[in-house]
Ligand binder design. Structure first.
Ligand code: ADP
Ligand code: ZN
Length: 743
């Protein structure tokens, strides 16, 4: 899927140069991604645009940058009230003048935003659609300078989608009332019908449509056979995503709660989420997920819309989604930040029978049922495929992807396929001869020649099919039956009974053959022994792990003190960049992607200090890319750090500074305890995190050196002039007291 080149205007440096400058200065990014540049240019020049981009593709910048380039305020229509605060916090953290208008604001809050809007003091304003449509808001917008309207989650206009919001249809007011203001529609989900609705409501008929590939290359797709689902899930989390944030989807509220409890009992930090929980509990779960680093949310599909957390490292399905759309959307919540992530799913015969049966027995009109059955067929075909999963997935959405991708289970562990026409015929005839009404367990008994009570009472041990499948084991037959149900040769009816469908006829007559995945034939042990692909938990090299973790810990502290989610401070991708470059100066930190001017001013000192501490604490690991200035600065810091810090390092048994007696370890311990205590008091007084008062490296050095005067404080690593000025006297007092008490 791509847009004809003629739809895109030629690059215009008059717009792109300032746009790139802004991108670097505010966001700290070096380049636009994919079609972002064309979109920004189109809208900055006053044009309309329709933007179709997958989750994580970078839609926000497409309207944020033009809003800053054009005079006036960019109005962003977003249905997700819960999310607006984070979006606005993120922008404010970048130094952008952003605000929101929704029902969570007090009347005073609303007035404040309104006057800022009229005074031209806002760059971006997020509004809920129902708020936008109020006459009061529209009047206000008549009087305010508006740069553009961006309609986010634009698929909400369409009744065809599952996120339909009636208020969105009222957005026709935008082209009617503000025809001169550029309009953008942005969405990650739009089939042809939805797209047509969006174009109609926002009158975007003549506007260029920017469609990106819907591939999410950083997501590893894996689908496996269900065995003991909870244990499989636990093994997966432990082996690949210990300590990571993830979402586990289950069908029922009951299994959500059970799974969450079970994971907790196994030491995984997990919480349940479903629509049946009291609102307070749900909000709490969602807040924890956004604000903590490594929480696993076990949820029904009620959880997800509005989860913009960029570092969700895995999405696991313990039950089948209803469609490919559902699967794509749910798994799409992983890895918005572009770092390696996993979409993991297990399913089995019972699941396939269940979803088929639920659909068959629903009261929906035939027409709706047919559409849903088609969607389910596609999903099950995807599950059973032996081809590259990404290819099948993207083909469903009309995108020709040239696989194999090398990053899905079938690419990494190609399954054997076998001509199983004969086995399929046996299974189908077992179903037919037993009257098309028995479940998989009974059919398996018949095929294997097991004269169970039920088999005998039904007289099925006298059928010619009885025992024809004895050459295979039970697992094989369950696999064959599952695939036959998945592929529509068997239908699931009431009481889980399986019946041969019209499609089965050609197969029974031998007119078609059937190739099935033979992995179901594989003995369990060898399947276990297979090397499982790994998406990789840590996005950084092993030797850089301590620095990455130190940065994450600092970020979490900082986020808590500012009352924002950690990713609002820096994304994982940015911390990864810092970990790789190891910048020890503002200048080099500023070259890391995601560090703009404002972030540099706000957090530069702290981040640089953490990097220095880590370089001081161990032999400097070579960074991957180092600029010459950077190398100079780092060498200096490393040399100075080594000169100052080495003699005091607790691990180093060498005496302290030349000529000074080595401190008594008991005394050192007392001083360290006193310093920790004073630091604790200071954190309470200032509300700052312990690290920001002074880092552990400084604490250790102080405990070793035991300075008595302000002059002696100079040269302690991690305790620079600013800290000496602010905390010096308190620290000296603590040291003196600890030593006097001892003496
Ligand atoms: P979407 O809204 O399409 O799901 P976002 O706008 O949230 O995606 O962007 C996803 C992530 O990619 C964010 O962390 C964003 O900062 C980052 N990103 C977007 N554009 C760029 C770019 N040009 N360079 C680097 N990172 C980018
Ligand atoms: Zn693949």
């Amino acid at each position: 899927m791509s847009v004809p080149a003629r739809d895109y205007a030629a690059p215009d440096p008059a717009v792109l140069t300032p746009a790139l400058d802004l991108l670097k200065r505010v966001w700290g990014y070096g380049a636009f991604r994919g079609v972002q540049a064309q979109i920004v240019q189109t809208v900055a020049q006053g044009g309309n645009a329709m933007v179709l981009m997958p989750t994580g593709g970078g839609k926000s910048l497409c309207y944020q940058v033009p809003s800053l380039l054009r005079p006036g305020v960019g109005i962003v229509v977003s249905p997700l009230i819960a999310l607006m605060k984070d979006q606005v916090d993120t922008l404010r953290g970048l130094g952008v003048r952003a605000a929101y208008l929704n029902s969570t604001l007090s009347l005073d809050g609303v007035r404040e935003v309104e006057s800022a809007l009229l005074a031209g003091d806002l760059d971006l304003l997020y509004v809920a659609p129902e708020r936008l449509l109020l006459p009061r808001t529209l009047d206000l917008l008549d009087r305010a300078p508006v740069a553009l309207f961006a309609v986010d989650e634009a698929h909400c206009v369409s009744q065809w989608g599952h996120d339909f919001r009636p208020e969105y249809q009222g957005l026709t007011v935008l082209p009617d009332r503000f025809p001169q203001v550029p309009r953008m529609a942005l969405t990650a989900t739009a089939d042809d019908r939805t797209r047509a609705d969006i174009l109609r409501v926002l009158d975007l008929g003549g506007a260029p449509q920017f469609v990106s590939s819907f591939d999410r290359p950083n997501i590893q797709y894996r689908v496996g056979q269900k065995d003991s689902p909870k244990t499989q899930l636990l093994e997966f989390i432990r082996a690949e995503h210990a300590g990571d944030a993830g979402i586990v989807y289950c069908l029922s509220r009951k299994s959500v709660e059970e799974t969450a409890r079970w994971l907790q009992a196994q030491g995984v930090d997990a919480v349940a989420y479903h629509a049946g929980l009291p609102p307070r509990e749900r909000t709490h779960a969602q807040d924890r997920f956004l604000n903590e680093e490594g929480l696993v949310v076990v949820a029904t599909v009620a959880f997800g819309m509005g989860i913009d957390k960029p570092n969700v490292r895995f999405v696991a399905h313990l039950d089948l989604p209803k469609s490919m759309e559902g699967y794509y959307q749910e798994t799409g919540r992983a890895g918005r930040d572009g770092l390696p992530s996993t979409a993991w799913m297990v399913y089995g015969l019972a699941d396939v029978v269940n979803v088929r049966r639920m659909l068959a027995s629903s009261d929906a009109p035939e027409e709706v049922k047919r559409v849903e059955a088609g969607k389910l067929d596609a999903l099950l075909t995807f599950c059973e495929t032996a081809a590259c999963r990404r290819e099948v997935l993207l083909a469903y959405f009309g995108e020709a992807y040239q696989g194999p991708c090398g990053n899905c289970d079938t690419c990494l562990n190609p399954p054997q396929v076998r001509d199983m026409t004969r086995e399929a015929q046996m299974a189908l005839s077992a179903a037919i001869r037993t009257g098309n009404r028995f479940g998989a367990a009974h059919l398996t008994d018949v095929l294997l020649g097991r004269a169970t009570e039920k088999v005998v009472s039904m007289n099925h041990h006298t059928l010619p099919t009885f025992g024809v499948g004895a050459a295979h084991d039970e697992k094989t037959w369950r696999g064959v039956l599952r695939q036959l149900v998945s592929l529509g040769f068997l239908a699931a009816g009431e009481h889980h009974g399986l019946s041969a469908t019209g499609k089965a006829r050609t197969l029974l007559k031998g007119e078609t053959t059937l190739t099935l995945r033979a992995d179901t034939l594989m003995p369990r042990a060898s399947r276990r022994a297979e090397k499982q692909p790994r998406a990789g938990r840590a996005p950084v090299a092993t030797e850089d792990q301590p620095l990455f973790e130190a940065l994450r810990a600092w970020r979490l502290d900082r986020a808590r003190s500012l009352g924002v989610p950690p990713y609002v401070i820096f994304t994982d991708a940015t911390l990864k960049g810092v970990t790789e470059l190891k910048p020890t100066s503002h200048a080099s930190l500023g070259t890391v992607s995601g560090v703009g001017q404002r972030k540099l001013a706000d957090f530069g000192d702290e981040v640089v200090q953490i990097v220095r501490d880590s370089l001081d604490g161990r032999p400097a690991a070579p960074a991957r890319t180092v600029t010459p200035q950077e190398r100079g600065a780092r060498d200096n810091a490393a040399v100075l750090g080594a000169l100052r810090a080495r003699p005091q390092e607790p691990a180093d048994p060498a005496p302290a500074l030349l000529g000074q007696p080595q401190p008594d370890p008991a005394q050192t311990g007392r001083v360290a305890a006193a310093l920790r205590e004073v630091r604790r008091t200071l954190t309470q007084e200032t509300g700052l995190s312990a690290f920001l008062i002074f880092p552990n490296a400084a604490l250790d050095a102080l405990a070793q050196r035991q300075p008595r005067t302000e002059a002696e404080l100079h040269g302690i690593p991690g305790f620079g002039p600013k800290r000496i000025e602010t905390y010096g006297q308190r620290v000296l007092l603590a040291i003196r007291t600890a030593l006097t008490d001892a003496g």
